[in-house]
Design a protein around this ligand. Sequence first.
Ligand code: GLN
Length: 283
Amino acid sequence: MLLLEYKKQFSTALKKEYPVEEISSFFNILTAHYLNVTRLDLALDPKKEISSEELIIFDKILLQLQQHEPIQYIIGETEFFGLKFQVDKNVLIPRPETEELVSWILTDLSENKTSALKILDIGTGSGCIAISLAKNLPNSKLTALDISEEALKIASNNAELNGVKVVFENKDILNLDKPLDSFDIIVSNPPYVRDLEKKEMHRNVLENEPEAALYVRDNDPLVFYEAITKLAHFNLSKGGYLYFEINQYLAKETEELMQESGFKTNLKKDIFGNFRMIRGIKQ
Ligand code: GLN
């Protein structure tokens, strides 16, 4: 069958579930991943055929997409900050907002790019923050923690895949067994979604991504922010930076909490115009 013809079939099959732009992005991701064909290649070679083996794979994926499985889990990888990351259901799929957080950190450090900074990433998941920082700050020393052993396996693979060294440790930040080292920068994108916000979320997230990475604990939406701010109060060097990705509806509360611990704070909006990140400078 002609690949272009299959594209029509593919689009029709998903029409009820997704907007057209998203379907076309799925198709582009799949053809790039499995057939090594870009959109441009297809435009230049409209007679490109799809084999019957490939058709079987694509039809299986089509069913998964109809069930709202995220494309990134289906193909097992995604891109973050220009780097490739392996992902599966044990880790949150890296979001563009988190790229903005990394970008903020790197901008702040633009004059210190060659310093030997000690950086800690808490709740690393796929390792996307720690690894992209390590890649861009070649002399820094990255440590990354996660409560999930499965996530840490993925994160270690990703560090190897991207040729950087990160020290990964299995720790529950709410129940630390012993004190941590001191750091120049601490960053975290902890779980921050409350029950009341679930109605804003899509099926692909709700039904597939790890609950432990998304939802707040014990009905306390700031439990991770409190624990990490307290830790940063003791383990961050003077003038050190604490960065969080935050719940847009709790920006004020997060800011107050950090100020009470003696941090000078700045909030920052993401591309969607929501307060999505905060920086605290230790006084
Ligand atoms: N931004 C994510 C979402 O909306 C949540 C990430 C998090 O809880 N840290 O799905």
